[in-house]
Ligand binder design. Structure first.
Ligand code: E4P
Length: 214
């Protein structure tokens, strides 16, 4: 499974990249607004130190506007992936981007037929939002499972990104489903390394190490 980080904080991206665990970066307008950064400056900065796929989202919702933004983003760096919302004009933009060789990440996917449509349009990635479905009492993991089955049935090459990942159980279940990628917040990168028995075991090893004759 590939790990993408879902963040607008350069420092978090640098940290996880230094750990050797990072395969890609996703951002969205809400994360960027919360960071207080200019979107273009932020993405330019990230692409200067990180060469894996970096998703930058269009703000327009009409086809012409999305294509203008998609081409602008794509010019910024060869590793840019243009994030496009799963609406009819977005699907049209995904198809046009595919024809122009622009990589896309189709965002805000909440049901499996949306994912099938995105794949047929030529999306590079599809992002089902599992946490937001859990939030409204549905089972986000069920959506992942159905998309995985559909893509396998028809040998579709669009890569699935488990998005809106809220806790380690999401990550564990997505990995067991053999989902291609999970995009996860920084805190889960640190949480996934932890277990109380690791801390206890390390404390004992360190204490015993002091008893080893020099
Ligand atoms: C993915 O690309 C999105 O940016 C993200 O996973 C959304 O997560 P949220 O539901 O926690 O906002």
């Amino acid at each position: 499974m590939k790990f993408f980080i879902d963040t607008a904080q350069s420092a978090e991206i640098r940290t996880v990249a230094q750990w050797g665990m990072l395969d890609g970066v996703t951002t969205n307008p809400s994360l960027v607004a919360a960071s207080g950064r200019n979107y273009r400056e932020l993405i330019t900065e990230i692409c200067q130190f990180f060469s894996g796929p970096v998703s930058a989202e269009v703000i327009a919702t009409d086809f012409a506007g999305m294509m203008k933004e998609a081409r602008d983003w794509a010019k910024l760096s060869p590793n840019i992936v243009v994030k496009i919302p799963l609406i009819a004009s977005g699907i049209q933009a995904v198809s046009a981007c595919a024809a122009e060789g622009i990589a896309t990440n189709v965002t805000l996917c909440f049901q499996p037929l949306q994912a099938l449509a995105a794949a047929k349009a030529g999306a590079t990635y599809i992002s089902p939002f599992i946490g937001r479905l859990d939030d409204i009492g549905q089972e986000g993991m069920h959506l992942l499972r159905e998309i995985k089955t559909m893509y396998t049935n028809y040998q579709l090459s669009t890569q699935i990104i488990a998005a809106s990942v809220r806790h380690l159980e999401h990550l564990r279940q997505a990995a067991l489903l053999k989902v291609d990628i999970a995009t996860i917040p920084f805190k889960l990168f640190t949480e996934m390394l932890k277990h109380p028995l690791t801390d206890q075991g390390l404390a004992k090893f360190m204490a015993d190490a002091k008893k080893i004759p020099q």
